[in-house]
Write a protein that binds this ligand. Structure first.
Ligand code: ADP
Ligand code: MG
Length: 686
């Protein structure tokens, strides 16, 4: 039966199956199994071979044995803690079947006196006798075939035995519906036309080798990838369908700004500015990601976009993940817009109630043109008069859902520009950002020199200190990072304080300290001192990781560098080398680097290309660990793996483009979306 709604069967609650009562339901829920469909992705961990009947005298201790025996006599001691045993035999020898915690009636029922039975379980040897304790199966001879098999074994939740679990999964597999095929013929060729149902059966079949390159596996992985891309594509097309008032501007303000820069924009920056301008002046809502490596100059691009939006009479909200960064953007804007009559404001979680009320009022009355801040910008209480653009910087902590909420927040006429430097392996860009149009900023300002990266054991810290002395006498500045290792803020803080004290003894009066528990004003003072070159060394925790821009700091020392992911180190390193001076990144490590850590440090030394680093990082650590993945809100794949299945990811990207270009009706993908996406993000197909 291949009925268009046949998938609905799979969305039924697990308790509709036989033998699944409230207790089992609860236990399965712990494993995130609620529907029949969920059950399918809980894969066999191993296979138990119960297929050979063995004579009792051939049993091997410690292994699973399946025997056919006759029940001889019971030994029911009626003393708590002592087990009940049942003596059985075949023509070759005797064996005890031992039961802890079981009632006599039950034992007599499953092992009737003088009857022949099939018993399967782990064999042990006790008191010079073979025993099977708490056997997995005791069945009558008619059910021999049910037990005498290679059986898939699932990692079990406490309270669910192999037998019960098997009973449940087999009910699902037996009733598995035939689903109408959703993939195009040319796609199906790649999997030798394996249907969804055949593939699921293979996945659970102990006789089929578990191999992620086999047709059944690839097909199922492809289902996952494509469904997530379809959902993202749907979000994107839906947002684009929202009609807005086009923004009208003549680039007067932005040209003035650009002329005031001390540098020329790169071609890449100019192209993207044009792309954004086209979006702004179009009738559909912009939902664009500006994806660029650290230091590629994204902020300026965003500010130019902001200028155009302001010129067309709208307000702009510019949000950053940390106060420090928000503050830096705010200061930059004040400099850039100096001499114009543009009203700039700043708001964070620490803004006092009264202040906030005042600021909010100004926004509502359209007196403020652009406001910088943290997520506090978007609390319910803040109202905008006519918000026309939301800019979000360093957005890797935002998931798809949050982005969607954001797109609604500003109202219909509000465009959205998000920026990220999170290096993502090429394979995953669509999976992460398929809901947005993407502009890629890869070109770095031409005068930049490659950063030199080197690693040193902490025992050679004197060499590092000598190097720093030289740098300071050359008027350079230094970041000294003691990144968070313990999840504890306190320890993190102490490490930084200790280092500060140590360095301040050597470089008296030249060292500053900044960490997460400092008050805002204190942070600002320290940062300002650093910016004004009153201090030469800034000791910090990872608060400096994202975004901030100190072009004069050209050395970064990273402690415990072996403890960090490549992408994170790349972000940290991106704080330097932002001017025409050559930057130096010193990776300090405690002695005894693991092979893996050596590899990672070598990759970092060999390239400054964030995307390449992300690719390598993923290969080393697996994609579950790459920066931002966990917070990204993208669905976790059950089978698909960007490393093993990168071809499938590419194929799905082409597939989705075709679907979009053909403006194809998505009806045929309905079962796929309904099953795989649930209502997690969207569930509407139209
Ligand atoms: P990111 O892309 O990491 O956010 P920023 O926007 O902070 O980078 O820019 C990094 C530095 O490069 C800033 O000091 C900025 O003024 C400078 N910059 C940006 N664009 C250019 C350019 N075209 N030429 C030279 N310097 C630039
Ligand atoms: Mg930035």
């Amino acid at each position: 039966m291949s009925h268009s709604k046949s998938y609905e069967f799979l969305l039924k609650d697990i308790s509709t199956l036989k033998r699944v009562g409230q207790k089992t339901k609860k236990l399965l829920k712990k494993k995130k199994i609620e529907t029949l469909f969920d059950m399918l992705w809980h894969l066999p961990q191993a296979f138990v071979d119960r297929s050979n009947l063995i004579n009792v005298n051939k049993l091997e201790i410690g292994k699973i044995g399946t025997i056919k025996v006759q029940v001889l006599k019971y030994n029911i001691p009626r003393i708590r803690k002592l087990p009940n045993t049942v003596r059985c035999e075949d023509s070759t020898g005797k064996i005890d079947i031992v039961f802890f915690n079981s009632r006599e009636g039950y034992i007599r029922k499953i092992l009737p006196l003088n009857e022949w039975v099939i018993v399967s379980g782990k064999v042990n040897f006790y008191n010079k006798k073979y025993q099977i304790t708490n056997p997995a199966y005791v069945v009558s001879l008619e059910k021999e075939d049910f037990v005498k098999r290679i059986i898939s074994r699932y990692s079990l939740t406490e309270g669910i035995t192999e037998k019960i679990y098997r009973n449940i999964i087999e009910q699902v597999l037996q009733k598995l519906p035939v689903l109408p095929e959703w993939h195009d013929e040319n796609i199906m060729k790649n999997f030798n036309n394996k249907s969804w149902k055949e593939s699921i059966l293979d996945l659970h079949d102990p006789k089929v080798k578990q191999d992620f390159q086999s047709n059944y596996y690839k097909r199922l992985a492809y289902d996952e990838i494509l469904s997530s891309l379809i959902v993202l594509s749907q979000i994107r097309t839906k947002i684009k369908k929202i009609k807005k008032k086009p923004k009208k501007f003549r680039n007067k303000l932005s040209k003035k700004i650009i002329n005031n820069f001390s540098f020329k924009l790169t071609k890449n920056q100019i192209d993207i500015i044009n792309e954004i301008n086209k979006d702004l002046s179009s009738q559909s809502k912009m939902f664009r990601l500006l994806h660029g490596d650290v230091g590629s100059g994204k902020t300026i691009v965003a500010i130019i976009a902001a200028a155009n939006v302001i010129e067309s009479g709208y307000q702009v909200a510019f949000m950053a993940p940390t106060e420090i960064l928000a503050n830096q953007h705010y200061s930059l804007a004040k400099k850039i817009f100096i001499g114009s009559n543009i009203k700039i404001d700043f708001l964070t979680g620490k803004t006092s109630y009264l202040e906030r009320k005042k600021k909010s009022n100004e926004l509502k009355r359209k007196n403020t043109n652009i406001i910088f801040g943290t997520h506090a910008l978007f609390q319910k209480k803040t109202e905008f008069g006519n918000l026309g653009l939301i800019i979000i910087d360093e957005q890797h902590k935002f998931g798809v859902k949050q982005r969607m909420q954001l797109s609604k927040k500003g109202g219909e006429d509000c465009d959205i520009l998000v920026m990220s430097a999170t290096p993502i392996p090429r394979t995953l860009i669509m999976t992460f950002y398929g809901d947005m149009d993407v502009s890629k900023l890869t070109e770095k300002p031409s005068y930049r020199k490659e950063i030199i990266s080197l690693s040193k054991p902490e025992t050679k810290i004197n060499e590092v200190l000598n190097f720093i002395k030289k740098e300071i006498s050359n008027k350079n500045q230094i970041f000294w990072v003691c990144p968070l290792i313990n999840e504890s803020k306190k320890l993190d803080y102490e490490a930084a304080v200790k280092k500060f004290e140590y360095l301040n003894k050597i470089f008296i009066g030249k060292v500053g300290l900044i960490h997460g528990s400092l008050e805002n004003e204190e942070k600002e003072i320290v940062l300002k001192n650093f910016l004004d070159k009153k201090i030469q060394i800034l000791v910090s925790t990872t608060v400096i990781e994202v975004g901030i821009d100190f072009p004069n700091a050209n050395v970064i020392v990273i402690e415990n560098s072996n403890k960090f992911g490549l992408s994170q180190l790349h972000q940290l390193r991106g704080r330097i080398g932002r001017s025409n001076m050559r930057g130096t990144c010193i990776l300090l490590y405690k002695k005894n680097l693991s092979e893996d850590a050596k590899k990672r440090i070598n990759i970092l030394k060999s390239t400054n290309d964030g995307f390449k680093i992300a690719d390598e990082d993923m290969k080393l650590r697996g994609f579950g660990d790459i920066l931002g993945y966990k917070q990204s809100g993208i669905k976790e794949f059950k089978l698909a793996d960007p490393i093993h299945h990168d071809k499938l990811f590419k194929m799905a990207e082409m597939n989705i483009r075709e679907i979009e270009n053909r403006k194809q009706n998505l009806k045929k993908y309905e079962p796929l979306i309904k099953l795989y996406d649930k209502a997690e993000i969207i569930n509407q197909i139209d």
